[in-house]
Design a protein around this ligand. Structure first.
Ligand code: NAP
Length: 278
């Protein structure tokens, strides 16, 4: 098990990572873990400062957490639902640190509602932020990755992508559209993995399991019934770190769940530097 410290000469030394949804929760943890391995991390989301969101966590905090520990991080705001802001993000990120080597599609907006009452506006927003933004960002970072014959894209999925099976017990009511988005992302990733295999670029999907984050608190997902399933946030951060440092010829096209993935590899997650927002 690694220590909670920044290793500027780690496996990701000099690599530029762009992490979406990095103002809190899982994106904050992934940003921190990649910086610990020497990556230069661009954290992005909408919330830069305290008071801009009702939820805890800001981009400023995430970048400061990393920098205070001796790592390299910066932040750029971007509303992932807006094409022009996504374009500006990639341009500005490249201007700050150089071409992007690692893209982590983690940001998400989620509404839970039964299909009969699901509002079109909410459906379109979820598809835009979760699915199309991931594809669009990939489109923008791929040309330089291909040119340099290196790169890694990881997209965060969920057990919600798996098809419900009889008996229909313990299902999160209203999670069909969320499951659709995550299933789309999984098929997108395996397809893209095959498209860019010859260019040494890995494309993977990982689901975190149930993790205590501000988003999960809003949706009340941790209950007496589910609390035994809660995974430490370090698991998903470690799993992403393994995926982006893996051999792109072997570690690509995977769809995994962080806990079992770490068990399969016999890896204990590293503690993370600094204090999470909260
Ligand atoms: P969270 O606490 O709700 O954080 C979501 C992140 O997405 C925030 O940084 C938020 O930042 C950003 N975001 C939302 N809408 C955005 C927009 N329009 N533009 C830009 N950024 C936006 O979520 P989390 O629990 O950490 O989840 C992270 C990922 O893991 C998601 O893909 C989620 O589906 C997946 N996941 C989580 C769990 C879990 O148990 N936590 C389980 C399965 C899958 P701003 O509000 O500042 O923009």
């Amino acid at each position: 098990m690694a220590d909670a410290k920044i290793n500027p000469n780690g496996k990701l030394k000099g690599r530029v990572a762009l992490v979406t949804g990095a103002s809190r929760g899982i994106g904050e943890a992934i940003s921190t873990r990649l910086a610990m391995e020497g990556a230069k991390v661009i954290c992005t989301a909408r919330t830069a400062d305290d008071g801009q969101s009702t939820l805890p966590g800001t981009l400023k905090h995430t970048a400061k957490r990393i920098r205070d520990a001796g790592g390299e991080a910066n932040y750029l705001t971007c509303d992932l639902s807006k094409a022009n802001e996504r374009e500006q993000l990639v341009k500005d990120a490249t201007g700050l640190y150089g071409p992007i080597d690692i893209l982590i599609n983690n940001g998400a907006v989620t509404f839970y509602s039964p299909i009969e009452t699901f509002a079109e506006k909410r459906f379109k927003l979820m598809i835009e932020v979760q699915v199309w933004a991931a594809l669009h960002l990939s489109q923008m970072v791929l040309p330089s990755m291909r040119e340099r014959k290196q790169g890694a894209i990881v997209t965060i999925s969920s057990g919600a992508a798996w098809h419900p099976k009889l008996p229909y017990e313990n299902l999160r009511a209203g999670g069909t559209v969320y499951g659709m988005c995550k299933a789309a992302l999984e098929r997108f990733s395996t397809g893209l993995a095959s498209e860019v295999y010859n260019d040494n670029i890995s494309v993977n999907v990982i689901a975190p399991g149930l993790v205590a984050t501000p988003g999960v608190a809003v949706h009340g997902l941790i209950t007496e019934k589910t609390k035994h399933r809660v995974s430490p946030i370090e698991n998903i951060a470690e799993a992403v770190h393994i995926l982006v440092t893996g051999d792109p010829k072997k570690m690509t096209g995977r769809i995994d769940n962080a806990g079992p993935f770490l068990e399969e590899l016999g890896v204990k997650p590293s503690p993370l530097v600094g204090v999470a927002a909260g």
